[in-house]
Design a protein around this ligand. Structure first.
Ligand SMILES: NC(=O)C1=CN([C@@H]2O[C@H](COP(=O)(O)OP(=O)(O)OC[C@H]3O[C@@H](n4cnc5c(N)ncnc54)[C@H](OP(=O)(O)O)[C@@H]3O)[C@@H](O)[C@H]2O)C=CC1
Ligand SMILES: O=C(CO)[C@H](O)[C@H](O)COP(=O)(O)O
Length: 469
């Protein structure tokens, strides 16, 4: 009998935890997995009295969910999503809703929306952030799809989402693949912030010789300031964790080859397609790629030795205070770039995103949650059509106050030979964005010189070509 309120396909890390979260909020929850052990483990993990069911039969699963059905897929992105849809299709009816909660590539979502629309089924792409714990106790969720169909999902999603000041970290975002796009940009920002924190750690440890024991308190302290954020908090935890049976930090034994599943790269790629500059995200993707060249890096470390420039004694306390300001500066620039990408993408793909809502639902539950999101929300509240948060007067004034320290920190890193590509990209972006004139007039002249590509003039209308020599 159809008695379950909500179903999830894929009871792995995310699916199992999210469905237990659904059950905790009083909804009858059904799960489907190809693996029978995962299906019964889900049932066993539920609390007494909760109405839950785990099965490996798609027919039984779909038949047990109240119509119009609300079924979320939490399977790996790509082919498994299409496979899961095909498994469900024979048992679905017009008006049912299928939500892809994974990190799917947004053009795949647009294709699935169109394919299922022909069958009268609503398809939602919904980014979910917060990892295992978030899924279990309150994630940030970024749904996109049919606005009317969202009303069937709203009660469940608002109940299970993280809350900030009583407001749920979920909101209907827009049409088609809007939800997957916003999650992709979220992950691009996530890559960039992680890179900025890693560069800060490298400059402290390798550049200025801070001892391991000196590092953790810095991040712990930062997390009690305007830098308060999930990524700073977990960095402080990581820098506390000793390797089992040793006095050394575990992180010192972690391989420096960084892996990735693609969302950061997609953010950069689509930013290029849209011609939106996101250089801090690009730098983060590049540094993960460079990290994979371990063998060559080890060889180059021997071959390309450079003695650091002598900079004299550094006042550690002052340095940490300046680094904190530089991190804040670069962090704001990073969000500015990701949000500017969303501003353009929304117009290009007709998502009709409200950036105030995006900032609101990123304040809690997700990996990039941070105190500063409230400032961005206020900025978009004041000016819903703000193309870049750097143009908000208050945010701009804060950045101006911190740019000097950012320059000092970068100078020290240059002298010490420590790579700070993300910090440098944030400062160059800031300097470029606030330049009323750029040297691209010369680029235009060069294009016209070698390719007769023509140029516009600053003093009169029209397009021009010159024989330059
Ligand atoms: N882990 C995380 O922190 C986060 C993950 N995500 C995204 O969420 C999605 C799910 O990730 P995660 O939970 O970590 O992945 P897991 O691999 O832990 O879980 C996926 C589950 O789906 C099952 N499955 C695969 N295909 C089917 C199918 N056709 N029908 C039924 N079950 C199926 C898998 O079974 P089997 O293993 O037997 O194949 C597995 O149990 C991904 O897109 C991921 O990028 C998003 C945010 C955070
Ligand atoms: O979506 C997430 C959190 O928001 C995942 O943790 C993310 O997929 C990790 O990405 P990668 O493996 O590429 O570092």
């Amino acid at each position: 009998m159809a008695q379950y309120d909500f179903g999830i396909v894929g009871l792995g890390v995310m699916g199992r935890n999210l469905l237990l979260n659904v059950a905790d909020h009083g909804f009858a929850a059904a799960g489907l997995d190809v693996d029978g052990e995962k299906a019964s483990a889900f049932e066993k993990a539920a609390k007494e009295g909760q109405q839950v069911k785990g099965t490996t039969s798609a027919e039984e699963f779909a038949g047990s969910i109240k119509t119009p059905r609300a079924i979320m897929l939490l399977v790996p992105a790509g082919k498994p999503v299409d496979a899961a849809i095909q498994t469900l299709l024979p048992f679905l009816e017009k008006g049912d809703i299928v939500i892809d909660g994974g990190n799917s590539y947004f053009p795949d979502t647009d294709r699935r929306v169109a394919e299922l629309e022909e069958k009268g089924i609503h398809f939602f792409g919904m980014g979910i952030s917060g990892g295992e714990k978030g899924a279990r106790f309150g994630p940030s969720m970024m749904p996109g799809g049919d606005k009317n169909a969202y009303e069937r999902l709203r009660p469940v999603f608002e109940a299970i989402a993280a809350k900030v000041d009583g407001e749920p970290c979920v909101a209907y975002l827009g049409n088609g693949s809007a939800g997957n796009y916003v999650k992709m940009a979220h992950n691009g920002i996530e890559y960039a912030l992680m890179q900025l924190i890693s560069e800060s750690y490298d400059l402290l440890k390798r550049g200025l010789g801070f001892e391991d024991a000196e590092l953790q308190p810095i991040f712990e302290e930062w997390n009690n300031t305007e830098l308060k954020s999930f990524l700073i908090e977990i960095t402080s935890d990581i820098l506390k964790k000793k390797d089992e049976g040793s006095d050394e930090l575990l992180v010192n034994f972690v391989s420096d080859r960084a892996r990735s599943k693609g969302t950061g790269k997609w953010t950069s790629q689509d930013a290029m397609n849209l011609q939106v500059p996101v250089p801090v995200i690009d730098a983060a993707v590049t540094m993960r790629d460079l990290s994979a060249y371990k063998t060559e890096r080890v060889k180059a470390a021997e071959l390309l030795k450079v003695a650091p420039t002598e900079i004299g004694a550094v006042d550690k306390q002052k340095f940490v205070a300046q680094l904190k300001n530089a991190y804040y500066f670069a962090m704001i620039n990073t969000y500015a770039q990701g949000l500017a990408q969303l501003f353009v993408a929304s117009k290009e793909y007709n998502y009709e995103l409200k950036l105030e809502e995006v900032a609101k639902i990123w304040r809690g539950g997700c990996i990039i949650r941070a105190l500063c999101l409230e400032d961005f929300r206020k900025a978009f509240q004041k000016q819903p059509d703000l193309p870049n948060i750097l143009l908000d007067e208050e945010i701009g004034a804060t950045l101006l106050a911190k740019q000097g320290d950012t320059r000092d920190i970068i100078k020290i890193a240059i002298d010490k030979g420590i790579p700070l590509p993300a910090f440098m990209a944030s400062l160059s972006y800031f300097d470029g964005y606030r330049s009323a004139t750029l040297p691209t007039n010369l680029v235009q002249a060069q294009r016209d010189y070698f390719g007769a590509h023509q140029y516009e003039r600053t003093d009169r209308e029209g397009v021009f070509h010159t024989e330059w020599k």
